[in-house]
Design a protein around this ligand. Structure first.
Ligand code: 0CG
Ligand code: SF4
Length: 369
């Protein structure tokens, strides 16, 4: 950290040494939902911004915690790094391994070839499937072409796939709430194309029809806005009163935790900067959540250089957070840029501690140390 003074926050990244994964002690947890709200909270907000900071002009940064990498992204990025180490470049990755420009560009520089379809992968080569998951049809095509595959699908996405399969087997109509065209919903819907219909937000409910109103369940993409999804569900339930809920939350712990943290700080913020890429659903949601929770302005940036100094005019409190696919080094860049503009005082706003770590895909497990 060059300029910013981050109270009580020690973050690390080894990107400088060519990795896009954070350095941290590895803790193996089975399913430790890192989202317990019983955790001691450090909501570093006092009502009077001026009194809360050493800065004479009352300028301060509120830094959301949790932010950045989730367990599924960490696993997916490490999967690609270990596959590169083990097999050597080039290796192929179907779609962006995670939706972050910096991660993708860094891995591309290290010899990863990103492709849109498995047809682009030469016969017999190694292809990694992205964290967002793939449909069974993609597995089948890869097998037909004798590709070697490593599946980096997040286990929490796989869980939704299992739900789709199970309810399709029981012949339910499955209403999958999610964003049209997003890779995750394409993968999930592909598990049971005859049973799944996509519901892209509250306004799409109107056109939903089902075969049997007594056998309807909703599932969802993992990276949606919790509030908007609840709105969609309530409209669906008005239409189909017997609508069943998923067996457990499909919106994942990381998506939920990042939204809770941004909601906690947004009412205090004149500006919330979300670090993340445009195609990252969970990152884009954080901008919406910040605005919905009272931030006066909010912007999504990939890099510090995209922060327009004009945004800072007349601003005293800036909130910072980042999406689940964002390396911490990029947040540091924004903090340093802000410090240069007089926002050197940084207060963490902590609403949960996350401890979840997923094992690597079987093919690479021995490679983790
Ligand atoms: O938020 P989405 O699903 O678009 O994905 P991203 O890669 O940004 O982060 C989580 C994952 C995988
Ligand atoms: Fe998994 Fe959630 Fe991360 Fe997606 S955002 S990779 S579902 S933990």
């Amino acid at each position: 950290m060059t300029g910013a003074n981050v109270a009580g926050h020690g973050c690390g990244s080894s990107l400088e040494r060519g990795s896009v994964r954070p350095e941290r002690p590895r803790r193996y947890a089975r399913i430790l939902w890192g989202m317990s709200s019983a955790i001691p909270l450090n909501v570093g907000i006092t009502r009077s911004a001026g009194a809360a900071t050493a800065d004479p002009e009352g300028k301060r940064v509120l830094l959301a915690e949790p932010r950045g990498y989730c367990a599924g992204v960490d696993r997916a990025v490490e999967t690609v790094e270990k596959a590169l180490e083990k097999h050597g470049a080039p290796i192929y990755v179907r779609k962006e391994i995670v939706h972050n420009r910096h991660v993708v560009e860094t891995l591309r520089d290290r010899g990863v070839i990103f492709v849109d379809t498995t047809d682009e992968v030469p016969e017999g080569e190694l292809v990694v499937f992205s964290a967002h998951g793939v449909s069974p049809a993609v597995h089948a095509t890869a097998a037909e072409r004798n590709l070697r595959t490593i599946d980096a699908t997040c286990p929490l996405v796989t869980k939704v796939h299992q739900e789709a399969k199970r309810f399709a087997r029981d012949d339910y109509d499955i209403l999958l709430i999610g964003h049209e065209g997003h890779e995750e919903v394409e993968g999930t819907a592909g598990e049971a194309p005859d049973h799944v219909q996509l519901v892209d937000g509250p306004d799409s409910v109107e056109k939903v029809t089902v075969r049997d109103e007594a056998k309807v369940i909703w599932l969802s993409q993992t990276t949606l806005s919790v509030d908007e999804t609840m709105e969609t569900v309530s409209r669906l339930r008005e239409k189909f009163p017997a609508l069943q809920d998923p067996p457990s939350d499909d919106i994942c712990y990381a998506t939920q935790n990042r939204q809770v943290a941004v909601k906690a700080m947004a009412p205090e913020c004149d500006l919330v900067i979300v670090v993340g890429s445009r195609n990252s659903s969970n990152s884009v949601r954080l901008v919406e959540v910040a605005l919905g929770a009272g931030a006066r302005a909010s912007y999504l940036v990939d890099y510090a250089r995209e922060v327009d100094p004009a945004w800072l005019e007349g601003v005293r409190t800036v909130g910072i957070t980042s999406g689940a696919s964002v390396p911490e080094i990029l947040v540091r860049g924004v903090l340093d840029m802000l410090a240069e503009h007089g926002f050197g005082e940084v207060q963490p706003v902590t609403t949960a501690n996350e401890t979840l770590v997923f094992a690597l895909p079987r093919e690479l497990r021995a490679a983790r140390h």
